[in-house]
Ligand binder design. Structure first.
Ligand SMILES: [Zn+2]
Length: 439
């Protein structure tokens, strides 16, 4: 029987931030895992935004299979904008208003493609016990009632399921500070639940998600002191898991580990509104943008095609490249000229672009922002002066990965789920990407 396995996702941690934290001695838990395991960089998906990335990690598939297209998108079926919110940390504090149904329930129950098997479903169907803490892609076989009084709608998650205090499969005593939206309190909650789970050895597989680092890196930039402090907090949350097992060595006797982030971050100084170049097309297109990615959707009856939409962005400093389908071909438009996506220097660009465009919920034109630029969201919010992500560029796209006790090598974030299933000897479902390098 294989060792049990803990998957740790530190949102937004770049390879450089990880390496600095390990080398400086400020992150003893990360340093221990790095020293005991294999370290490499892997590639995220496009757009490199958390709901897309976490779903890719949990389903072992890109957006072309799992159908979550972005942080904010246009539902052609429902003719409305779906907004998952820029801060999951705010979910609990904000309560359960209509706008929060999308990130809390609908992303997993309605938007996530039914045929995209999650890691929790695959493991629990094989008789193993899966646990999830705060990770936004959680779909499983077990029905969970929310802790909020008066709300009858349930969610389906793994048998051990903890989600910002809104769903708690077990009474752990972990405090969720309703009044405090600070990211730190969210990870403190995650750490308390994780400690409870490890103390009881209450799972075969645990997905443990920490969002605080990304929050701090958005505010202060990926290379600032505030981000480094936030990484120390993430390290402390991971350290709590090690302690609960009786120390680092005892932890690794019981568990294999996959530790990675979902995407990177790059500094942003300038802001653009992607709506502006299309302002005269009211009723023909819908524009959705957030962080460093955007989409333009043609509405039924639109008299403008995707190629014309792309030409409207020629010469805009905020735009690095646009992507669209012409028949079966992915066309990348950059510097005022169309070209094959294979010519782009961005990591794994052709594969990521094709998967993004294969998503039925994706826009007709996808926009990847230029270095240093952010696209304001629907509310005009942005992180200029801080950090952001979402584009194809390397800084947004490359993530650190540490594996301990795993035979497979993880080169893409979509490799995680099939690698974990292979570790347990569970057949990899056809919806997941084939895994290379299983020893
Ligand atoms: Zn982020």
């Amino acid at each position: 029987m294989s060792r049990k396995l803990v998957l740790v996702v530190v949102d937004g941690m770049t390879p450089a931030a990880f390496e600095r934290a390990v080398e400086s001695g400020r992150a003893p838990a990360l340093a221990f895992l790095a020293q005991q395991g294999d370290y490499r960089q892997a590639t995220s998906v496009f757009p490199s935004l958390t709901p897309v990335c976490l779903t890719s990690i949990a389903t072992g598939a890109g957006p072309g299979v799992h159908h979550i297209p972005s942080l904010v998108w246009w539902s052609r079926q429902e003719r409305r904008i779906v907004e998952y919110g820029s801060s999951f940390a705010a979910l609990r504090a904000a309560g359960l208003s209509q706008g929060l149904l999308d990130p809390i329930f609908n992303m997993n129950a309605r938007h996530l493609a039914p045929e995209a098997v999650t890691i929790y479903e695959a493991l629990e169907d094989a008789g193993l016990t899966a646990a999830a803490v705060n990770i936004t892609c959680y779909r499983g076989r077990h029905r969970h009632q929310t802790t909020l009084p008066g709300v009858s709608r349930a969610a389906y998650g793994p048998s051990r399921f903890f989600f910002y205090g809104l769903f708690e499969s077990d009474r752990t005593g972990a405090p969720f500070a309703v009044r405090s939206r600070r990211a730190g309190s969210v990870d403190t909650y995650a750490a308390a639940v994780g400690r409870w789970l490890v103390t009881r050895d209450g799972f075969d597989f645990l997905a443990f998600y920490l969002s605080g680092y990304d929050f701090a890196s958005h505010a202060a930039g990926p290379d600032g002191e505030a981000a480094e402090r936030a990484l120390e907090q993430a390290d402390a949350a991971i350290g709590a898991l090690l302690d609960a097992a009786g120390g680092p060595d005892a932890f690794l006797e019981r568990y294999a580990v996959v530790l990675l982030s979902d995407h990177g971050q790059t500094p942003v100084r300038h802001v653009a509104r992607l709506e502006e170049p299309f302002a005269d097309l009211d009723g023909q297109v819908v524009v959705t943008a957030s962080n460093r990615a955007g989409q333009v959707y043609r509405l039924p009856g639109a008299r403008i095609d995707a190629a014309e939409l792309a030409r409207r962005l020629d010469g805009l400093a905020a735009v690095d490249v646009t992507l669209r389908l012409e028949g079966d071909d992915v066309v990348a438009r950059r510097d005022g000229a169309d070209g094959p996506v294979g010519k782009l220097e961005h990591p794994d660009a052709a594969r990521r672009a094709r998967s993004a465009l294969a998503n039925p919920n994706a826009g007709d034109l996808l926009v990847s922002a230029a270095e240093g630029w952010e696209l304001a969201d629907l509310g005009g919010r942005h992180h200029a002066g801080g950090g952001s992500h979402g584009s194809l560029v390397a800084g947004d796209s490359l993530v650190p990965v540490v594996t301990v006790g795993l035979r497979a090598e993880i080169h893409r974030i979509t490799d995680v789920a099939p690698a974990v299933l292979a570790h347990f000897g569970v057949p990899v479902p056809g919806s997941m990407e084939a895994l290379a390098g299983v020893g």
